[in-house]
Design a protein around this ligand. Sequence first.
Ligand code: PLP
Length: 456
Amino acid sequence: MSRNDAAALAKSAEDHLWMHFTRHGDGVAAPPVIVRGDGAYVWDANGKRYLDGLAGLFAVQVGHGRQELAEAAAKQSRELAYFPLWGTAHPAAIELAERMVVGAPGDLNRVFFTVSGGESVETAWKLAKQYFKLRGKPTKHKVVSRSLAYHGTSAGALSITGLPGAKQDFEPLVPSALKVPNTNFYRAPEHGDDHAAFGRWAADQIAQAIEFEGPDTVAAVFLEPVQNTGGCFPPPPGYFERVREICDRYDVLLVSDEVICAFGRLGFDYGANRYGYRPDMITTAKGMTSGYAPLGAVLISDRIMEPFRDGKATFLHGSTYGGHPVSCAVALANLDIFEREDVYGHVLLNEDAFRSTVERLLDLPIVGDVRGAGFFYGIELVKDKATKETFTPEESERVLRGYLSSALFENGLYCRADDRGEPVVQLSPPLICDQAHFDEMEAILRVALTTAWDKL
Ligand code: PLP
């Protein structure tokens, strides 16, 4: 099979490739085959260009085609392609850990490297459990997370995930993972316009869950700075301040899951810095390397590290490729680009323009809400703006999956139409995008959403 033969590639993918979270089989179109990227754009095997409105999968912060990152990988491969972090260390991991803790909130001075976001979440839960065992509180093992929130697919991370539909085929999962409401203000009519009251209420749901379960049984709370699934729910004012108080009151660890929200997605190194809170751990991945190599990490506070420093206690956890030298070298080169090009500053300077460009779509009858922060927005679709009536399952199937997803793609925009909560379109483009890209996204969305309305 030739790599230049678009039809042969698609046929071979259909025959042999099992794609993630993807329907296969009769009546399902062959997958698009993406062969090349440059800046904010990717090209398929037929030579057609698409604006990458999702940064691959919330990852490609500095855009596609960066030779500098490819060269960093090649250089590290030539020097030391691989060595583990099991009792040995290598310079790329050492340097990266040191650089990552510089701007980290509070006393997060320790980095445990993984390969992916889900593995980082899994690691943080296990670490929370052992931490409390070492501190003489062996029954503290449960975790709290929010409705709809996605935290990964391995058994532990999937238990923390708040999407019943993503879990039911794999139950029973790891027990002891409790769910509380998320911060979807658009769907919280009882709080009127009072964001702060809603934030207090939402935070207090965590306190209530801890009380109901027994504080002596709860180890950690996992929250994203801006929750992705459901369509970008930012924290209401005061929310994280109150969550921090609750965690302190009950001796429960606060884990900020920043697999998406770190490394510039919200215009800051860490999402917790944008909202001014101090987590006990940060889980991250994706944008660390801008997607040029797989890598994840957990940033850990001195307080959690402390009982592991007696010379005998061991965290019996790790993986062959966690902190792979090539990935760490790529991450370092990626951080160099962030600094040199002031990528975070670019996001902060342009986020209002991005938001107001997307908000132009609010003049369409199908667009109920636009929400998010930084370069991370969700557009919620409704059948009736006044009542906020949402799609029926049949309409979601026919209009969202049957039309909108493919229409956006065919019109040259790669983004995500999702109905794991209410139907939303999500935008999370490379952090190098500017007004011309925002306009292009808006124009393609306008055409497709107008037709979607007609089809409802
Ligand atoms: N946590 C969050 C908040 C995520 O958004 C994701 C993936 O999108 C994960 C965890 C899992 O990351 P990965 O797919 O790298 O395992």
